[in-house]
Design a protein around this ligand. Structure first.
Ligand code: PRP
Ligand code: URA
Length: 208
């Protein structure tokens, strides 16, 4: 099982405000950042640690720091950009790659239009972020691109998934761990998640 729904009172609360059609663009953006941080808290749980010793003003203290892992955050444009902002607050030294995909409104298939990744992406643990996992086509294509570049450790963080998207990504990339805040009921005839939150990109950037 590599598809995890992360449940926490703060996540449930913030997700309900996010879904509300009356939530403003400003608040929507802030909530996406906060939810991304809460999900990243769980998605980074298994990062390896190394023991360190630091000098407090009083004495030496033994502690732990994240082992010298190379991390990268890869938002799927556009909506993933704001999620990346949240993750970078927790992992500020991570390198950032960008994958541009849009869904063809007729076929619902992802159309790649941009890709810029760190040169050493194959050596990094990669956190791919996109708030919506609907048919799962965009997630599968983004992961395909990363695997073609040699990436082996990929974690996908999303806010809302449809069951159809979950099943598709698991069938194509069973080796990837997925973290989501909700698995909703279904997709509608236009490929939107029901009840979902509408169009994440438009709500984040105020384009509709
Ligand atoms: C949305 C969303 C995902 C994709 C999910 O992006 O941010 O990338 O749809 O749908 P899928 O699982 O069926 O592929 P969209 O294509 O609307 O582009 P945008 O972020 O530029 O608005
Ligand atoms: N993309 C979105 O932004 N919302 C959906 O419900 C499905 C795809």
């Amino acid at each position: 099982m590599s598809f995890f729904r992360v449940s926490h009172p703060l996540i449930e609360h913030k997700l309900s405000i996010l879904r509300d059609k009356n939530t403003s663009t400003k608040e929507f953006r802030e909530l996406v950042i906060e939810l991304s941080m809460l999900l990243a808290y769980e998605a980074t749980r298994y990062l390896p640690l190394e023991e360190v010793t630091v000098e407090t003003p009083i004495a030496q203290a033994k502690g732990y720091m994240i082992m010298g892992k190379k991390l990268s955050v890869v938002p799927i444009l556009r909506a993933g950009l704001i999620m990346a902002e949240g993750i970078l607050k927790l992992i500020p030294s991570a390198r950032v790659g960008h994958i541009g995909l849009y869904r063809d409104p007729e076929t619902l298939k992802p159309v790649p239009y941009y890709c810029k990744l760190p040169n050493d992406i194959r050596d990094r643990d990669v956190f791919v972020v996109d708030p919506m996992l609907a048919t799962g086509g965009s997630a599968v294509t983004a992961i395909d691109i990363l695997k073609e570049r040699g990436c082996k450790n990929i974690i996908f963080i999303s806010l809302i998934s449809a069951p159809e998207g979950r099943d598709f990504v698991l069938s194509r990339h069973p080796d990837v761990d997925f973290f989501v805040a909700s698995i909703d009921e279904r997709l509608n005839d236009h490929g939107y998640i029901v009840p979902g939150l509408g169009d994440a990109g438009d709500r984040l950037f105020g384009t509709k």
